[in-house]
Design a protein around this ligand. Structure first.
Ligand code: PHB
Length: 374
């Protein structure tokens, strides 16, 4: 997305991707886009498939036992979210690259950034066994939590904030109609579950699993039993079973790395911060980071001004911390914690009761869910 935003202004850039194109295009990620994200795709003119296949959602639901609390995001904020898989968005961006002269080098291995605090940084990598070097004005570290960019910043110059949750999410993707027309985040006596979707014929479900649980512990039939138990009492259509297209377990963590800049290296997205998936903020935060970063780089090349570059991390972090807060709050509200006492469980119920009865509380949730302004 950053590459496209820069190429649209005639700025040269090269994308180095560690994985093969097939891998990137089949990796399953979350699927709820804020208008901040869909607006960028529109501005780029890479919106045709998103507009036909994306589902506009005017609300979503929080559930407790057998009670659904609908958050009417359209009525409360005038906005909506779009259900469109991150995988599809990535495919669209990759497909549009050649026509826009945006070079993507897949399977670039052993990548190392060099001299990022000097005037001419470079990256070295290998492609098909051949060592290569690219010199540049700037490096954008959009390489995820495990990528090499963050490690190029000396620990003494940074501060890390970390929070682990004592559970993960087990996800299943299947070609069956969703059990409900809108997403349901449920926290019942059996813990958290999420009913989501990719299209009118493709469902995405998750349930909370204890740390240490493995996929082998979860034959498909066991997962469908759980999903039926959670969602049949809550949903309009009931759960339809079908063969899994994908199943995986993801850990939940909150993480922020401050600083997002060192010299001519800028971090964006998961390279600098992680949110738990509750609220689907991960991809949207990466998109707002690159909106800020592309604005700053475009100003630099057009007008020779570096104030945008200097302000990048403060602008980005102010939005990131608020999304961290929202994802953490929704995670605490909607999961069952192994060491939770009866009082804490009652606090969750009281919290949801309050949300159910207060338009002010619902507005606060809705405006965070649709995405805070840039
Ligand atoms: C998804 O559809 O994969 C999804 C939706 C909402 C979330 C997380 C994941 O909060």
């Amino acid at each position: 997305m950053l590459g496209h935003l820069l190429r649209a202004e005639g700025i040269d850039c090269v994308i180095l991707e560690r994985q093969a194109r097939d891998y990137v295009e089949s990796r399953i990620r979350a699927g709820v886009l804020e208008t901040v994200t869909t607006d960028i795709m529109r501005r780029l003119g890479i919106d045709a498939r998103m507009d036909t296949e994306g589902l506009v959602e005017d609300g979503f639901n929080l559930a407790d036992g057998d009670r659904l609390v609908r958050i009417d995001i359209k009525a409360l904020t005038g906005r909506h979210v779009t259900v469109y898989g991150q995988t599809e968005l990535t495919r669209d961006l990759i497909a549009a690259a050649p026509a826009r002269d945006l070079e993507i080098i897949f399977e670039a291995g052993d990548l190392v950034p060099h001299e990022v605090d000097g005037s001419q940084p470079s990256v070295t990598f290998t492609k098909d066994g051949v060592a290569q070097t690219i010199r540049a004005d700037f490096i954008a570290g959009c390489d995820g939590f495990h990528g090499p960019s963050r490690r190029a910043i000396p620990a003494a110059l940074a501060r890390e904030y970390h929070h682990e949750y004592p559970f993960g999410w087990l996800g299943i993707l299947a070609d069956v109609p969703p059990c409900h027309d809108e997403l349901i985040y449920a926290n019942g006596p059996r813990g958290f579950a999420l009913a989501s979707m990719r299209s009118p014929t493709r469902s995405r479900y998750y349930i909370q699993v204890a740390q240490g649980e493995r996929l082998e512990d979860w034959p498909e039939s066991r997962l469908w039993d759980e999903l039926e138990a959670r969602f049949n009492p809550l949903s309009r259509h009931g759960v339809t079973r079908g063969p899994a297209l994908e199943m995986s377990i993801a850990p939940l963590r909150s993480y922020v790395f401050e600083t997002m800049r060192h010299g001519r290296l800028f971090l964006a997205g998961d390279a600098a911060h992680i949110v738990p998936p509750t609220g689907a903020k991960g991809l949207n935060l990466a998109a707002s980071d690159v909106a800020y970063l592309s604005d700053a780089l475009i100003d630099f090349y057009r007008q020779g001004k570096d104030d945008g570059l200097l302000a990048y991390q403060d602008r980005a972090l102010s939005r990131i911390w608020k999304a961290e807060r929202f994802s953490w709050t929704l995670t605490r509200l909607m999961h069952s914690f192994p060491d939770q006492n009866r009082f804490e469980r009652r606090m969750q119920i009281a919290d949801l009761d309050y949300i159910a009865s207060s338009e002010a509380a619902q507005t606060s949730i809705a405006e965070n869910y649709v995405g805070l302004p840039l």
